[in-house]
Ligand binder design. Sequence first.
Ligand code: PSU
Ligand code: MN
Length: 309
Amino acid sequence: MSQGLLHVSDEVRDAVAAGKPVLALESTIFTHGLPRPHNEELALATEQQVREAGVVPATIGVVEGRPTVGLSSDEIVQLSRDDSAVKASLRDLPIVAGKRLSAGTTVAATGYLAHLAGVRVFSTGGLGGVHRGAETSFDESADLGTLATLPIVVVSAGVKSILDIGLTLERLETLNLAVVGYRTTHYPGFYVADSGYNLEYSADSPSEVARMAEARDALHINSTLLVANPVPESEQLDPEMHDAILAQAWAEAENRGIAGNDTTPFLLDYIATHTQGESMRANLAAYRGNVALGALIAAELTGGAGGRP
Ligand code: PSU
Ligand code: MN
């Protein structure tokens, strides 16, 4: 289907129309988040994981200017290998479309396109948030403001500890973004199960999350329900190692005078390099867990895997 510019694959369109469960997945994770060839392996394995759960995967990105909900395997491979693919947040979509560029979509852009296509649940790794020093840099991800306008469910493993987690949680409150921990009231810190910050509420099952989303919709509240799903403790980055490496990474960034938009890639690269792959392992485990939970929530919201009888 093409509703004008937006392309929705036949499989996703048919599943949405039939009330079958669909799970949205982002593409920045494989265009910009992970090194090759892990990136395309992960993207394809994730689609397979969703299918095995009886849910239709809707990987979302921009292919040669065309925003697409339900990328084909070939398109996923193409984007994964494309050096010229850019990272597109919501504000970039018209520009990349006009310029016929290919792009990985951020949480903001992916959530927006998912909602346009009628997809209600979206699993990602880590959300964007408020950067340290934002009180002078104003650097806050557009993910937050955008999710405040989208009545969907987003499952993440929290935000990375390179962000200012306390300020991020404050902004979520200001923006009316509800956050529930999945079986925990400890807000997860992406690489680690517990960031040290607490949440007011937890949800104990996919059906409880679905009830909250249905109540939100019944009340015409148009903001995302965020589900914070911790990486399993057995697969987290050792918290002591995590804290030590993060402190070193910050010190090194300051030493080298790294600032602004270069800070995040530098810190992530430093953490990856100095944990001998442990952070990557935790990253992948967190993502896998979010995809599994998102599939269960999508199934609950449509009356079970395979859709309503
Ligand atoms: N967090 C991560 N890794 C990522 C991202 C977030 O741990 O790759 C990506 C997501 O796509 C998120 C985006 O939506 O970065 C946020 O970027 P920005 O801060 O530029 O809005
Ligand atoms: Mn930013």
